[in-house]
Unconditional design. Structure first.
Length: 332
């Protein structure tokens, strides 16, 4: 295939990817909203049985008979149908997620082959790669920590990012500036992409933590809504910390390698360029977050707020710096 054909294929794969992610988003949301209803019903029945059992064996026997009769009727069918529905929604979400991820990978591969370079030389390509890293990080976290509940939130962020990417940031395939035509783009920018994608997953877990913690401390409790189907606030807090601990060293390496590349390209390691400054500010905040947890024992809300400040700095470094300030980085 010619370069033009590969570039055209990359654009078509983008549309395929967005559609698959949108349907996966709906499936993840349906799984989160309805998929575990039968389990909740079973828990409520078990709790009710224990409470009634305190009143005497005769009452328990009566309740057992009533439950047996109910289980043979429409209620049992509804619960079984809900459970089957849960498995179907989950399976659909995961399958579409994997297929969308494969199509997303195809975007990057065909774009790179069309340009004969690493496909993150402009904002459009960088956003595409960043979204791919976020989806990849989510898939790993979902597999490693059984965190499928994050799917709806990560997919929503990725769909919005790719929408912005296609509507406002699209750039046709072409060469890059001489400063970017270096092997360092495969090292420095790749590390920044991986770290940013991972921080995005940690940010989603942190936002969920704040919502869950508020629900747990409210008078009404968690209730039967969406938040009742996600792990406890403590588990979400630990998940956010683990993902941040993975992403932080990679972000550190990205800054160091960026300084080395800057010396080769511009003759200095550090020039207080806006991108350099905000990358360092982001590093400082996340370092403070990890340090506070390790030494001062910060947990819960205080740590979550500090984590979200770091994530806010990360987003500003990507969007704000690139459009509000001018600098030596080509994305500005």
């Amino acid at each position: 295939m010619s370069n033009a054909d590969l570039a055209n294929l990359s654009d078509k794969l983008m549309l395929t990817t967005v559609v698959m992610y949108i349907v996966a988003l709906v499936a993840y949301a349906a799984d989160l909203g309805f998929g575990r209803r039968s389990a909740a019903v079973a828990e409520e029945r078990a709790e009710a049985k224990v409470l009634v059992g305190a009143a005497g064996a005769e009452t328990v026997e009566t309740v057992d008979k009533a439950e047996a009769s109910a289980d043979a009727g429409p209620a049992a069918s509804d619960d079984a149908g809900a459970e089957r529905q849960s498995v179907d929604w989950a399976r659909l979400a995961v399958v579409l997620n994997v297929l969308g991820w494969a199509s997303h990978l195809g975007i990057l591969v065909t774009r790179g082959l069309a340009e004969h370079r690493w496909p993150w030389g402009n904002m459009y390509e960088f956003m595409t790669a960043l979204s791919f890293a976020a989806v990849t990080a989510f898939m790993i976290v979902a597999l490693r920590y059984k965190a499928r509940f994050l799917g709806a939130f990560v997919m929503a962020a990725v769909v919005i990012a790719l929408g912005i990417d296609n509507i406002w940031l699209y750039d046709s395939a072409g060469p890059v500036s001489p400063a970017l035509n270096s092997y360092w783009i495969a090292i420095h920018v790749t590390a920044a992409i991986i770290a940013t994608g991972s921080f995005t997953v940690a940010g989603a877990a942190t936002i969920l933590y704040l919502l869950k913690a508020r629900a747990e401390t409210s008078e009404a409790g968690v209730g039967g809504g969406m938040l009742s189907r996600v792990p406890s606030a403590a588990d979400l807090d630990r998940l956010s910390m683990r993902v941040t601990m993975f992403a932080f060293p990679i972000w550190t390496a990205a800054i160091i390698m960026g300084a080395i590349w800057a010396d080769e390209a511009w003759g200095r390691y550090w020039g207080w360029d806006p991108k350099e400054v905000w990358s360092f500010v982001t590093w400082i905040v996340y370092a403070a977050y990890l340090h506070a947890r390790a030494t001062a024992g910060w947990r819960g809300r205080k740590a979550a707020i500090l984590s979200l400040i770091g994530f806010g700095c990360l987003l500003f470094n990507f969007f704000g710096v690139n459009y509000m300030f001018s600098g030596m980085h080509s994305y500005a």
